[in-house]
Design a protein around this ligand. Structure first.
Ligand code: MRU
Length: 353
């Protein structure tokens, strides 16, 4: 077991009669776990960000579907498939932007297309859900291996949101290289943007990097430009919720602003994401649905009102960074750059073989 694996708790764990979920809303004040026993519990946990981060949402939803089918009392496979479709669609309605949710749910549904009995389908679905989690851990480690050579010893690298261990099966995407650097004794420093409105950067990224002993400094989002200039930030690395066929990337609100800053300061801007975050069926960023969340996320901080009652609020959870601003997209298969349309098409052609 590596250093990182021994320290950071898993975000989602299958426990046969329930799903054990690290409650990310309680971090960093408390490390608490929820026992999700129904498909409604899983939907709610995703909706309310108790589990969040594109790959972790996919894993939770996959286990949610495996949990739902345990209660199907039928031997009739066509009735089973009908109920499965219903619960698939229900879980898919929890959040709209991260494509890993739909990818994981479709993968589960497809895995039992040819099942001959309800019992067989239940076994196959659980196996597939576990497989998604196992693969994600391997994938994230590979992303870290491809990302690490992009940095030099002592570099200070900026990130936003939490694309870390708890946003995935393990290691994270954008944070994976920092864990591998730690394992290999390579000093790297991380500047984490706090990530308003719900503070995934301060609550989650700062917490998990500190737990693992990675050098992390917290800044507010508005300090990014000043920090890049005065702290010699050498690169920016972020995760992704959905990458369109042309490389346009949806990620946590504020990412686009960082990409523009990277361009202005002429430093590389990297996106780190597994192939499960790509959506080749979506042509460009303009077609990616952007989730808008409750106004209270902006008008209140920790339950305390910080804006006048009745104020109009716009609260998009994500923004889209145009592919021209992205230096490279780091995947488990290597780093894509240049003509993303061609690169993405070719990587998916190869994956089919
Ligand atoms: O709203 P969230 O916290 O689910 O948003 C998460 C992000 O934007 C992450 O950067 C992305 O999902 C990648 S996680 C490896």
């Amino acid at each position: 077991m590596t250093y990182q694996q021994s320290i950071i708790p898993r975000s989602v764990e299958w426990k046969e009669s329930y799903i054990r979920l690290l409650d990310q809303q309680k971090l960093p004040a408390a490390t608490e776990y929820l026992h999700l026993e129904t498909v409604e519990d899983v939907w709610d946990a995703i909706k309310t960000l108790k589990v969040r981060g594109a790959p972790a949402i996919g894993i939770a939803a996959a286990f949610g579907l495996a949990l739902a089918v345990k209660n199907y009392e039928t031997d009739d496979i066509s009735k089973f498939q009908k109920w499965l479709s219903r619960d698939h669609d229900y879980l898919a309605s929890s959040r709209p932007t991260a494509v890993n949710l739909f990818w994981a749910l479709s993968r589960l549904k497809n895995s039992v297309q040819h099942a001959r009995s309800a019992e067989e389908a239940k076994t196959v679905l659980l196996h597939e859900a576990i497989q998604i989690q196992v693969e994600d851990e391997e994938t994230c480690r590979k992303i870290g291996e491809h990302a690490l050579p992009l940095f030099n010893e002592g570099d200070a690298v900026m990130t936003i949101c939490n694309a870390g261990s708890i946003a995935t099966a393990r290691y994270g995407t954008a944070l994976s290289p920092f864990y591998l650097a730690k394992e290999n004794g390579i000093p790297l420093r991380v500047y984490a943007c706090e990530t308003r409105p719900v503070l995934q950067g301060s609550r989650l990224t700062a917490w998990e990097l500190m737990e693992a002993g990675v050098d992390v400094t917290l800044i507010t989002d508005s300090m990014a430009a000043h920090t890049i200039r005065t702290k010699q930030i050498s690169a920016i690395i972020v995760g992704a919720d959905r990458i369109a066929a042309n490389g346009d990337t949806a990620n946590k609100i504020g990412t686009y602003g960082l990409a523009l800053l990277a361009h202005a300061f002429q430093i590389p801007f990297y996106v780190a994401a597994p192939l499960s975050t790509f959506d080749p069926a979506t042509g460009s960023g303009a077609d990616i649905p952007i989730e808008e969340r409750d106004a209270a996320e902006i008008t209140h901080i920790a339950g305390c009102r910080v804006a006048p009652e009745g104020v109009q609020v716009f609260n998009p959870a994500f923004d889209v960074t145009p592919h021209e601003l992205i230096t490279g997209i780091i995947t488990e298969e290597g780093v894509l750059s240049g003509d993303y349309l061609l690169e993405i098409e070719s990587i998916f052609q190869q994956a089919k073989k």
